[in-house]
Design a protein around this ligand. Structure first.
Ligand code: ATP
Ligand code: MG
Length: 406
């Protein structure tokens, strides 16, 4: 019974010159996400985005509507959406649509609860329309009351179970009965491209999700230590990247083998400094990869004080390894906060599959909690051709998926 979907977004974030860019990015992302699943047109009319059936006289199938309900909650920038029916801007057509659309929706509510309340919310941008908003509301409330005929039906203007929306414009009127929440944030891509360091853990996928929510397109880089870590460690990260790509157009995953460098660190540097040296190397290789692929910042799932490598002194020493902005969206988050988000975005069940991480290879029994910068630099100076080794690891990265359309 629907031939359109009304999509709403906050205008506060888009005031000024960036507004058109924001809207173009949002519509492009919606088209991309819906492609292949919903045959539709996406267009912007006065502060709203409308998804429309290509044929105004035909309706979306149930499968297409289910796809819309699954996809739009993953489109950052959108606040809410309502499946709607577009009819000519004519009171008889509006009454007919309400009379047809209301009964099945009310019937579902009456199976769930004894009494059901409703209200009509009308908006009229077409000021030549013969009825004002208030009159439209009263008229349509009578249509509903006649159509439902149930003495357990009430009107509640403040906390109604069902709100029937009616928007009258010049070119059409739209009627809708349900509003679903979308994730908010900013459209992916409107704030550039970043490279996320993705481990198989809980935090880094959540950090990537939060950066996407602020409009960053995220490519990924992961480090394994074959043959000291099994292929399952990388498989898990590929699955996490796929899950995260449901929120953007496919980001690329660069897969690097850190083991050649880790062996040198094991053989030449103090055992207790290993973890910090691994993390500095990861960031350095990530920076090289980011510059090559035009990413403007790095991104990690670090949170202050979570593990030995995340004390302030160690974070400072790790941070000093690179000359690039590092985003740390979880910096002040509790683990419980990360877990909650990981569950919502469905990365949690993958993250908790047991598989060893690169950082745990040759891990020290008692890692240093404060490695000064100059000590880390002196340790790295002991490794012959340290910089060349980093370059080689970066250049030998496996790219997943092998051929990503850009
Ligand atoms: P996570 O749950 O994200 O693994 P963590 O709490 O286990 O985080 P660390 O292991 O110290 O913390 O890692 C901190 C951050 O360093 C990670 O969030 C991630 O961004 C990056 N990182 C750690 N290990 C790897 C790896 N093997 N590949 C890519 N990035 C990594
Ligand atoms: Mg980890």
């Amino acid at each position: 019974m629907y031939n359109a979907v009304i999509c709403r977004y906050h205008e506060i974030a888009i005031k000024g010159n960036n507004r058109r860019e924001f809207e173009k990015q949002l519509m492009g992302n919606m088209r991309h996400q819906l492609r292949g699943q919903v045959d539709c047109k996406v267009r912007q009319v006065r502060g709203r985005i409308w998804i429309e059936h290509p044929d105004r006289n035909a309706f979306f199938s149930e499968t297409e509507l289910a796809a819309v309900r699954e996809i739009l909650p993953r489109v950052f920038g959108l606040e809410s959406f309502s499946p709607a029916r577009l009819v000519p801007p004519d009171m008889d057509a509006i009454r007919d649509a309400v009379a047809q659309m209301a009964p099945p929706v009310f019937a579902t509510w009456f199976t769930r609860q004894q009494a059901v309340s409703f209200r009509i919310r009308a908006r009229r941008s077409n000021k030549e329309f013969p009825l004002c908003s208030k009159e439209i509301e009263i008229d349509l409330a009578a249509v509903v009351a006649r159509g439902i005929e149930n003495d357990r039906l009430t009107v509640d203007l403040d906390h109604a179970d069902i709100t029937i929306g009616c928007e009258v414009r010049h070119e059409f009127a739209a009627i809708f009965l349900e509003t679903f929440r979308a994730p908010g944030g900013l459209p992916v891509g409107c704030n550039g491209r970043v490279l996320g360091l993705l481990s198989g853990g809980i935090d880094s996928p959540v950090a990537a999700y939060l950066a996407m929510k602020r409009g960053c397109f995220v490519d990924f880089i992961t480090f394994h230590s074959a043959p000291y870590t099994p292929p399952e460690s990388v498989d898990k990260v590929k699955r996490l990247a796929e899950k995260l790509n449901a929120y953007q157009t496919a980001g690329t995953l660069y897969i690097c083998n850190l083991a050649p460098l880790q062996k040198q660190i094991r053989d030449l540097c103090a055992e207790r400094n290993r973890t910090v040296l691994y993390r500095r190397a990861m960031l350095r290789i990530a920076e090289k990869t980011a510059r090559k692929h035009h990413c403007g910042a790095l991104l990690t799932g670090e949170a202050v004080g979570q593990v030995a490598s995340q004390t302030l002194p160690n974070m400072d020493t790790i941070n000093a390894a690179v000359d690039m902005l590092v985003l740390r969206p979880l910096c002040g988050a509790d683990k419980a906060d990360s877990i909650r988000i990981a569950e919502t975005i469905e990365t949690y069940p993958v993250s908790i599959i047991h598989a060893p991480d690169s950082c745990t290879v040759f891990a020290p029994a008692s890692p240093a909690t404060a490695v000064p910068r100059h000590i880390a630099e002196a340790e790295e100076a002991k490794i012959p051709d340290y910089e060349t080794l980093l370059d080689t690891i970066a250049e030998n990265a496996e790219v997943f998926p092998a051929a990503t359309p850009r």
